[in-house]
Design a protein around this ligand. Structure first.
Ligand code: ATP
Ligand code: MG
Length: 189
């Protein structure tokens, strides 16, 4: 599951957990982006903070892990590189599933090398409040749509709440609230 994770929240975790369960996945690898090329309109939190928050949020789940491939590669993150690197790391015969929310899936055809993407992984699109998954014209055999319990939580909303002095308790794991406070993230955004 790729993402900016700025910060990671319960919407990400529920989607990952549901897909892990329904597909019987051995592992869910969270991959925080390096430099997000689609989000140049705002300052993204340093990769190390986003990486650590992702580790904190996933640490208690034995089948969740975090990969640094996109951070360590440097430069803008392209999903095709993420999948190639994960495959090289986990073994060429590893079966990969790319977990994404409905909004990200809508953009998939604008991604670089999208034909190769479908050869590298099976795509799983999760429902997300406010986004309709039905009519995007994606290949049925390469993409599965999954209905996950709806959590209308976004990282943007969490950041705005912190900036406005509003609580984010229960939208994100407790350790993430504490990490954001400790590092003073999103305060002066
Ligand atoms: P931002 O508001 O900054 O865009 P975000 O909440 O969309 O942040 P991302 O890191 O951009 O979080 O998302 C990573 C992946 O998780 C994307 O595929 C996104 O669609 C999915 N996702 C995010 N929030 C949810 C949610 N509440 N339910 C289902 N999927 C989600
Ligand atoms: Mg997003």
């Amino acid at each position: 599951m790729g993402g900016t994770f700025d910060p990671i929240h319960h919407g990400h975790l529920v989607a990952a957990s549901e897909v892990q369960h329904w597909f019987g996945l051995d592992e869910v690898v969270f991959v925080p982006t390096g430099e997000p090329w689609q989000k140049t309109d705002r300052e993204v939190t340093p990769a190390e903070d986003r990486y650590l928050m992702t580790v904190i949020a996933t640490a208690s789940n034995p089948v969740f892990s975090v990969s640094r491939v996109d951070i360590d590669r440097g430069g803008p993150t392209y999903t095709v590189d993420t999948l190639r690197d994960l495959r090289a790391d986990r073994g060429e015969d590893t079966e990969l599933f790319f977990i994404t929310g409905a909004d990200a899936l809508e953009q998939i055809l604008s991604w670089r090398d999208h034909d190769e993407l479908f050869d590298l992984a099976h795509f799983v699109g999760c429902t997300r409040p406010g986004h309709d998954l039905s009519a995007v014209g994606l290949p049925d055999d390469k993409v599965t749509l999954v209905e996950v319990p709806a959590l209308a939580i976004s990282s943007s909303e969490c950041r705005h709440r912190v900036t406005a002095g509003e609580p984010i308790w229960y939208l994100v794991p407790d350790g993430i609230v504490q990490y954001i406070n400790k590092r003073g993230l999103y305060v002066g955004a």
